[in-house]
Design a binder for this molecule. Sequence first.
Ligand SMILES: Nc1ncnc2c1ncn2[C@@H]1O[C@H](COP(=O)(O)OP(=O)(O)OP(=O)(O)O)[C@@H](O)[C@H]1O
Ligand SMILES: [Mg+2]
Length: 412
Amino acid sequence: MEFAGAPVEGVGEGGAAGDVLDKIFNNIMKSNSIFTNRDALRNDYIPDRILFRDDEIAQLGQMLAPILRGNKPSNIFLYGKTGTGKTVVAKYVMRKLGERISQLKLNTKFIYVNARLASTQYKVLVELGSQLDISIPFTGLSLSEASSRIFDKLRRDGVNVVLIFDEIDYIVKNYDDNVLYELTRANNELLGGNFVSIVGISNDLKFKEYLDPRVLSSLSEEEIVFPPYTVDELEAILRDRVKMAFRPGVVSEAALKLCASLAAAEHGDARRAVDLLRVAGELAEREGSEEVSPDHVTRASKSIERDRTYEVVRSLPLHAKLILAAALSVPDETNTGRLYSNYALMAKRLGIEPLTQRRISGILSELDVLGIINAPVVSSGRFGRSKRIRLAVPRDAVARALREDELISSIL
Ligand SMILES: Nc1ncnc2c1ncn2[C@@H]1O[C@H](COP(=O)(O)OP(=O)(O)OP(=O)(O)O)[C@@H](O)[C@H]1O
Ligand SMILES: [Mg+2]
């Protein structure tokens, strides 16, 4: 995450720099910081109260409850758009069930693994192993050998596992479903009466298409769908968070409502709502302001948008980046044909074979889905269907991300 807000001017200019630093440090040291508990705004914070998710919590609790009698629960699949509370609900239920499990002294363990953070299929198993005190070497084993090693140990020790496998689509989209295949084949024979159940979480439903039918049917024995939050729900969630994180009266009513409505426009995303509140609070604090105002929220929103654009563009594949470079080279709006010829020119200048128009159309649709460009189809006379294309995000953030690419920076 980038340091939000205006650059600190005057740093490195002797006296002025000292003044600036004094101001920064004084603001931080003020005993009456606007925050009372900053951690309550962190992304991984699990609030004591989860609002508007009673049904999902009850369903998940019901589905997992058999573990309290030592029985295997179904594999479960949770999905819904980003920021709809999947992770927080899964961790909450895991914590509550974990308390019961330790009261009952059951030999069942909850393990949470985030596929995106683990980054490879093999590391998922290393992580799973390490949380179970099973050492898996960092290299040298196949996925199947590594999972067998885990299963052997579970069978010997008579341990059951519920694996919360978050952001599972990351692995499937970047690799294949082999690790899921290995994990879902854990059955009686391999585990001698013990079980490994999986709670898979994804914000992308399309990823199911990448799954082998056997893995899919095994993984989604049960499903829970998380709907987006409404603006009123986001407001209530934020109100709770404001009480936990800020001194009373610091966050103005108008600022809170603006956070909720901006996040509601972003498909009812509670993460965006909480992020806005945090970044707006940081801006206010940095300026020594006693109040978080709508203006802080507006600026927070721009800064988050820039950061998001930068992160997304930076991790795009080469040809997608080249298309964006081509889009930057024209003033504002263009069409598919012109964009394609710009792109092809740039590719040739870099000594890269351009992809076909058809492939590029595919990439444009993906960029549209990501919200990076706007490309509604318009019909344009004798050329048939064509798209009018416009960048949907701040140009400077796109340019900054592209300049980081060694190859592309040479033609920008
Ligand atoms: N019902 C809720 N009550 C209180 N806070 C919530 C609620 N739902 C989400 N949040 C907060 O919103 C943020 C995002 O929620 P969460 O991480 O669970 O989203 P997610 O559905 O897992 O999204 P992603 O698919 O992007 O991982 C977290 O800070 C979480 O604490
Ligand atoms: Mg999540």
